[in-house]
Design a protein around this ligand. Structure first.
Ligand SMILES: Cc1ncc(C[n+]2csc(CCOP(=O)(O)OP(=O)(O)O)c2C)c(N)n1
Ligand SMILES: [Mg+2]
Length: 674
């Protein structure tokens, strides 16, 4: 109440109502050591109702959770000092409006977009089961953590939670417990405005164990429900808790006003009076409360971690290789020699689709990289992401240690589950058609905010899809992915660029990547005649230069359009014009190069420039300038064979040549005028 009032913004009601639930959970159940909030086998608490962030910040403060830095060191500082609670929602406070992973130690995932937290919890729970399958040995239960997520009506209404819940039950994730704050209130008022389904019935139908606690203040009932969760096998648990938002506030309890506005000084005073609390004290933390947390979660958690550490010491002696792997996982280090079998592809004018070369490279890496796991939203035969080497294994409720995840037709949940897997430090990939990246975009964006190295493989990257038509032909997707800060988008131009792209991807620890691949075959370039594919690492490179090194015009392209530009370069030569072809698979990698390098690729004195990309032209002016030409899509595509589409939308050698010559003429004209 005090933090929200002081900030004059925020959400007081749900933290108040859910305090007893959080109290029992943290004090009596959560296996979490405040001294080491990143202990690998800790239970996770996820506040899916992210707007109720002051609840989490208060818990972190009261339990004296310690801060961890980027190098995973604890420095003895509190994750949430009281001053930061006083500065709730202010710049640099450890208590931002919604919980942010990495910014505040003890926050397990960034939440706020409703539904994301619960869906992400499925990924963390799946990772727990996967880790157990791979690393537990008789007498060595190294991984057996539980995942709790606190959700509100909003999380239940969002579709993503339904997708995730369905898969969680299908996989029998018994280490997962969602607590649903059934307060019947959202922003607009009572949930009866828009929500009348039988949530319990729905979850029973998914295959969850559903329990009901009729009073959020009844600690015995809560305790009993949580105990029953701990005993439940082979299915996840939902505990529906009936509560009163802003419990104890004399006029605001049970109102939507308590959801997202400060209660007001008078109401706060009256509420404190009802609680038997000193009514004028603000941010009061009686020392007994801190002692109580120390005696509860502090003692229990400390003991649990100490026991685990001892167990780990013994485990390291008996299973040194497995122990080393778990440490590498925790530090996001790939295994040694993960890249030893990456193939080099021989030149081939017919070539192969980049989805195919990527499938080969991915398999070559995954074979040597045990915790690289992932799958597709029912499209792996098309995205070529299935791991096919011996014993790769399909993840199912009977085999939670497999490598191939079948997400089902659930792109929304796939995105969040990938985040969950990555939060548990597994190396996760997911795949689908580029067109459906929109469906998972909310989670992808969170991966970027959280700096999680999630790997997205998006295939069928353009009108190259052909006959499926405009509903399946991405147009605006490349520019819109490039617009997400922190996301690295890579669209390789041939099989060897694909191999290099994967090298770049696996080395990443903090960046999500979207690898953009074709459905149709593209030539494998003869690297004895053009620059090596290692240039991809720098984002853009001179693939094939003007014969005299002095280009009249620059041709910039990505993916399938690069070989088109090489053909155009040849045609231009015959017409007496010298072109430089620049492969620019990743804007983001290129932007990170120093200015000198960028100048060697894109010399500022060459103003005649043409970009060619099978996507909306949006953004290419940054490289070709306002006077340059951009060959790209101005409309949606159409349903037709690829050749006809390339003709219709101007992706032909003739079109590139003509645009290039016009550019050269234009620049000459300006020079003459100068
Ligand atoms: C995806 C998404 N849509 C909309 C919002 C805006 N929003 C924040 S809280 C909220 C209502 C949530 O109601 P509920 O989950 O019942 O929380 P309570 O009011 O009970 O705390 C909405 C619509 C959001 N945060 N995320
Ligand atoms: Mg609600």
């Amino acid at each position: 109440m005090d933090a929200v009032q002081q900030a004059n913004s925020g959400h007081p009601g749900t933290p108040m109502a859910m305090a007893p639930v959080a109290y029992v959970l943290w004090q009596e159940f959560l296996r979490f050591d405040p001294e080491d909030p990143i202990w690998p086998n800790r239970d996770r608490f996820i506040l899916s109702a992210g707007h109720a962030s002051t609840l989490l910040y208060s818990l972190l403060h009261l339990a004296r959770v310690k801060a961890v830095n980027r190098k995973y060191e604890t420095l003895g500082e509190l994750a949430v000092p009281l001053d930061d609670l006083k500065n709730f929602r202010q710049l640099e406070s450890k208590c931002p409006g919604h919980p942010e992973y990495r910014w505040t130690s003890g926050v397990e995932t960034t939440t706020g977009p409703l539904g994301q937290g619960v869906a992400t919890s499925v990924g963390i729970a799946l990772a727990g089961k996967w880790l157990a399958e791979r690393y537990n040995r008789p007498d060595f239960p190294m991984f057996d953590y539980d995942v709790y997520a606190l959700a509100g009506d909003g999380c239940m209404m969002e579709g993503i939670s339904g997708e995730a819940a369905s898969l969680a039950a299908h996989l029998g994730l018994s280490n997962l417990c969602w607590i649903y704050d059934n307060n019947h209130i959202t922003i607009e008022g009572n949930t009866s405005l828009a929500f009348s389904e039988d949530v319990a019935g729905r979850f029973l139908a998914y295959g969850w164990n559903v329990q009901r606690v009729s009073n959020a203040n009844d600690l015995d009932l809560l305790r009993e429900a949580l105990q029953r969760f701990k005993k439940t096998v082979a299915r996840p648990s939902l505990i529906i808790v009936d509560s009163h938002i802003a419990y104890g506030a004399p006029t605001k309890q049970d109102t939507s006003a308590a959801h997202g506005e400060p209660l007001g000084e008078n109401e706060i005073r009256a509420t404190k009076r009802r609680y038997g609390w000193p009514e004028d004290a603000k941010f009061l933390v009686p020392p007994e409360v801190v002692d109580d947390f120390k005696a509860g979660i502090g003692k229990r958690g400390g003991q649990l971690r100490a026991d685990w550490m001892n167990l780990f010491t013994a485990y390291s002696k008996q299973y040194p290789e497995l122990a080393a792997e778990t440490l590498a996982i925790q530090h996001r280090e790939p295994p040694k020699d993960w890249d030893a079998e990456i193939p080099t592809f021989p030149p081939d004018p017919k070539g192969l689709a980049s989805r195919d070369s990527s499938g080969k490279v991915l398999n070559a890496i995954a074979k040597r990289h045990p915790w690289l796991i992932g799958g597709s939203a029912d499209l792996s035969p098309s995205t070529k992401t299935r791991l096919t080497f011996e014993n790769a294994g399909e993840i199912s409720r009977e085999n939670l240690g497999g490598r191939n995840i079948h997400f089902g037709v659930r792109e929304h949940a796939m995105g969040a589950i990938l985040n969950g897997l990555a939060l548990a430090k597994l190396r996760a990939f997911g795949s689908g058609f580029l067109i459906f990246s929109d469906y998972g975009r909310g989670s992808l964006r969170l991966a970027a905010i959280m700096e999680l190295p999630v790997i997205y493989i998006f295939t069928h990257d353009s009108i190259g899809v052909g006959e499926d038509g405009p509903t399946h032909q991405p147009v605006e997707h490349l520019p819109s992915l490039r617009a997400i800060p922190g996301l690295t988008v890579i669209r390789p131009c041939d099989a060897n660029e694909v191999a290099e792209a994967w090298r770049v991807i696996i080395e990443k620890k903090y960046d999500p990547v979207a690898l953009i691949l074709t459905r149709q075959a593209i030539p494998t370039l003869d690297r004895s005649r053009v620059a090596p594919a290692s240039g991809l690492r720098r984002g853009a490179y001179v693939l094939s230069d003007a014969t005299n090194g002095k280009p009249d015009v620059l041709l910039l392209a990505t993916g399938s359009e690069v070989s088109l530009c090489l053909d155009a370069q040849e045609a231009l030569r015959q017409k007496g014009a010298q072109a430089r072809v620049i492969s620019i698979p990743s804007w983001e990698l290129f932007e990170r190069q120093d200015e000198d390098y960028r100048e060697t690729v894109l010399p500022s004195d060459v103003e005649a420039r043409v970009s060619v990309e099978n996507a909306a032209r949006f953004g290419w002016e940054r490289y070709v300038g306002l006077k340059g030409d951009r060959i790209g899509m101005r409309t949606f595509g159409a349903s037709a064979p690829l050749k006809a589409l390339q003709q219709k939308f101007g992706f032909t050698v003739d079109a590139v040549v003509s645009a290039a010559l016009t550019q050269v003429e234009k620049v000459k004209g300006t020079l003459r005028q100068r």
